[in-house]
Design a binder for this molecule. Structure first.
Ligand code: NAP
Ligand code: ZN
Length: 354
C-alpha cells in the first residue's frame, strides 16, 4: 500500500521548484512514518536541483534536515512511539554489514548509502524523495531522537543540525579539536555558522574567514574569537603557520593555497564544501615543507549524529534561522547564491498543507 502526498519538486535542472505529488509507502515492520514539521535548506539541495554534481534524477524532491512527529510505527519498532518528536538527516539506509556500517560509519557504506533524496530507493525501485514534503517513511535505525532538553519552540532551529550540524561536528571530533586548538572556519553560511558554534563549545580558539564584511559582528556573536576578511592579504598574513585545523565550507571552487599557508606543521585543512567544479591544484611545496594535509569529510554516522544532537542540547546550541513558507523556496535559493543567508533557511511545512 502507498499513499500520495504533497511535495515541492524540481522537474529539470532549469525548472523552479513547484508543487508535485509523490508516493510514500505504508510503514513496514521496522519503519516509522513521520509528519514533517520543518526542513532546513542546504546548499546541497541547490547543487542537486540544478544538477551541478551531474547525478540528479528528476523529479528531485530535496530536503535532508527534517524534524517531525511520529504518526505511525511498524510492529517491530521499539525505539519510538506515536507522537514522538524525531529527526531524519541525510541518510535513510545502508547495507549494515560492510566494515564502514559495522563501525557506525553508514555514510561511507561500501555498497552504497541510501541518501534521503536522489538515491535509488530499495522499496519503490524509483528514487528517494526528501523533506520538502509533508511526510516520510524511514527505517527506525535511521531516525534520530530529538533530546527533551530542546523546547518545542526551538524545533525549527534544531532541523539544520541534521546536516549543517553533523557535517561540521564530525570532522571537528575526528581531528580532535578541543582546548588549545587554533581552528579556522572558512565561510559563514549554514555549515560555517555551526562550525563556529561547535568548535567554540569544544574549547577551541576559533577564527572565522569570510568574504562578507557585513558578517563580522554575527561571527563574533556566534563564538568566533577573531574574524578575518579573506579577501585582504594583509589580514591573512597575520595568521601564517598558526592553525592546527581549518574547516573549509565554501560551496564554490577557489584557491586553497591562501588557507594551506596558514596551517602549522602537521596541520590539516578539511574540505566539506562540495563545489561543482574542482579547486585549482594547491602548490605542492606548501604541503611538503610543513607536512600539511588536506582531507575531506562526509556528514557523520547515525550514532555520531545522535551524539551531536545531545551535545547541542547540553550546550544549548541551535542554528540561526530564517523561516520561510515553501512557496518562497526559489527566492531562498537565489539569496543562497549571493551568500545572503542568515544563516539557514528553514521551511515551515505547514505552508505545504494549505
Ligand atoms: P551556504 O549556506 O551557501 O554557505 C556557503 C558560504 O561559502 C557562503 O555563505 C559564503 O560565506 C562562502 N562563499 C560563497 N561564495 C564564495 C566565494 N565565491 N568565495 C569564497 N567564499 C564563498 O552553503 P552550506 O549549506 O553551508 O554548504 C556549503 C557547502 O558544503 C556546499 O557545497 C554543500 O553542498 C556542502 N555540503 C557538504 C556536506 C558534506 O557532507 N561534506 C554536507 C552538507 C553540505 P562568506 O559570506 O562568509 O564568505
Ligand atoms: Zn546538507
Amino acid at each position: 500500500m502507498t499513499k500520495m502526498i504533497a511535495s515541492f519538486a524540481a522537474s529539470s535542472a532549469t525548472a523552479p521548484l513547484g508543487p508535485h505529488k509523490i508516493e510514500r509507502r505504508d510503514p513496514g515492520p521496522h519503519d516509522v512514518e513521520i509528519h514533517i514539521l520543518y526542513c532546513g535548506v542546504c546548499h546541497s539541495d541547490l547543487h542537486t536541483v540544478r544538477n551541478e554534481w551531474k547525478n540528479s534524477v528528476y523529479p528531485v524532491v530535496p530536503g535532508h534536515e527534517i524534524v517531525g512527529r511520529v504518526t505511525k510505527i511498524g510492529s517491530e519498532v521499539k525505539k519510538f512511539k506515536l507522537g514522538d518528536l524525531v529527526a531524519v538527516g541525510c541518510m535513510i539506509d545502508s547495507c549494515h554489514t560492510c566494515p564502514g556500517c559495522k563501525k557506525g560509519l553508514e555514510q561511507y557504506c561500501e555498497t552504497g548509502t541510501t541518501f534521503t533524496y536522489n538515491s535509488p530507493d530499495k522499496h519503490t525501485g524509483k528514487t528517494t524523495y526528501g523533506g520538502y514534503s509533508t511526510s516520510i517513511v524511514v527505517d527506525d535505525q535511521f531516525v534520530l531522537q530529538i533530546p527533551k532538553k530542546f523546547k518545542e519552540s526551538q524545533l525549527p532551529s534544531v532541523a539544520p543540525l541534521l546536516c549543517a550540524g553533523i557535517t561540521t561536528y564530525s570532522p571537528l571530533r575526528h581531528w580532535k579539536v578541543g582546548k588549545g586548538s587554533k581552528v579556522g572556519i572558512v565561510g559563514l553560511g549554514g555549515l560555517g555558522h555551526m562550525g563556529i558554534k561547535l568548535a567554540h563549545a569544544m574549547g577551541a580558539h576559533v577564527v572565522l574567514f569570510t568574504t562578507s564584511a557585513s558578517k563580522v559582528q554575527d561571527g563574533k556573536k556566534m563564538g568566533a574569537d577573531e574574524v578575518v576578511i579573506s579577501k585582504n592579504p594583509d589580514e591573512m598574513k597575520k595568521h601564517l603557520n598558526s592553525f592546527d585545523f581549518i574547516l573549509n565550507t565554501v560551496s564554490v571552487s577557489h584557491n586553497l593555497d591562501a588557507y594551506i599557508e596558514l596551517l602549522k606543521l602537521d596541520g590539516t585543512m578539511c574540505l566539506v564544501g562540495a563545489p561543482p567544479t574542482p579547486h585549482p591544484s594547491p602548490t605542492i611545496t606548501n604541503l611538503i615543507f610543513k607536512r600539511r594535509q588536506i582531507g575531506g569529510s562526509l556528514i557523520g554516522g547515525i550514532a555520531e549524529t545522535q551524539e551531536m544532537l545531545n551535545f547541542c542540547a547540553d550546550h544549548n546550541i541551535v542554528c540561526e534561522i530564517e523561516m520561510i513558507p515553501i512557496q518562497k523556496i526559489n527566492e531562498a535559493y537565489e539569496r543562497m547564491l549571493k551568500s545572503d543567508v542568515k544563516y539557514r533557511f528553514v521551511i515551515d511545512l505547514a505552508s505545504l498543507n494549505n
